[in-house]
Design a protein around this ligand. Structure first.
Ligand code: VGL
Ligand code: ZN
Length: 194
C-alpha cells in the first residue's frame, strides 16, 4: 500500500517522554529504538509542511493514576519535571503543537483527545487523516487512535514506530489488531511516497 502524505494530513507523536523511555520511572523496554524511525516520519511531514502534534502525559504530583493515590502506575511525567520532557533526540519541528493531557489530579486520560484542544486544532487546520506513532501501543496510542476513528479521521498507525509495555506478552499485538479491526490502517515508513 502506497500513501502520499498531502494537505489534510497530520502526524501525532504520542508521549515520547523521558519517563516512558529506558532510564525513566515507567520505562517501556525498547521505547528508545523507535526514535530514529519517528524522526524519519517527522522529516517527511516537515518536508511537506504538514502539521505535527506531540502529546505528553502531564500529571500533577498527586495524580490519581499513581500507586501512592491508589492508581496502577509509579509516579511518572510530573508536569515540568525532566521525566515529563519529550526526549531530546526526537526532532520535532519548531512549530510542533504540544498537547498536554491528564493534567488534573482526579482524572487520567490515555487519549490525546481527552479534555484537550487536539480535535479543535485538527479541525481548524482542516485535517482529515492522522498518522499516529509513539508509546505506549496498548494505552495512549490505542486510545488516541480509537478517538480519532470515532471522530471520523482516516487513521493510520505507524506499525514501525510504536512500542508496547506488554505487561502481558501480546498486549501490543492485540492493541494493533484492535485498532485495525476498528478501521485503522497500519503503515510502514516505506509505504510513504517521497
Ligand atoms: C501511559 C501509562 C500511564 C501512556 C500514560 O502514555 O501510554 N501509560 N500513563
Ligand atoms: Zn500517565
Amino acid at each position: 500500500m502506497k500513501i502520499a502524505p498531502a494537505s489534510g494530513d497530520a502526524l501525532i507523536v504520542v508521549d515520547m517522554q523521558n519517563d516512558f523511555l529506558p532510564g525513566g520511572s515507567l520505562a517501556v523496554a525498547g521505547g528508545n529504538e523507535i526514535i530514529p524511525q519517528l524522526n524519519r516520519y517527522l522529516a517527511h511531514f516537515s518536508a511537506h509542511q504538514l502539521p505535527v502534534f506531540a502529546t505528553r502525559d502531564w500529571h500533577p504530583a498527586s495524580h490519581c493514576s499513581f500507586q501512592s493515590q491508589g492508581g496502577p502506575w509509579p509516579p511518572h511525567c510530573i508536569a515540568g519535571s525532566d521525566g515529563a520532557a519529550i526526549h531530546s533526540d526526537l526532532k520535532l519541528p519548531a512549530n510542533v503543537h504540544i498537547i498536554s493531557k491528564a493534567t488534573s489530579p482526579e482524572t487520567d486520560a490515555y487519549s490525546g483527545f481527552t479534555a484537550t484542544q487536539l480535535n479543535e486544532l485538527l479541525q481548524s487546520l482542516h485535517i482529515q487523516r492522522v498518522f499516529i506513532g509513539g508509546i505506549a501501543t496498548e494505552y495512549c496510542v490505542l486510545n488516541t487512535a480509537k478517538d480519532a476513528l470515532r471522530l471520523q479521521y482516516t487513521t493510520f498507525v505507524l506499525d514501525d514506530a510504536i512500542c508496547a509495555i506488554n505487561q502481558q506478552p501480546e498486549n501490543g499485538k492485540r492493541a494493533l489488531e484492535e485498532m485495525i479491526r476498528l478501521g485503522a490502517r497500519p503503515v510502514h515508513y516505506e509505504d510513504l511516497i517521497p
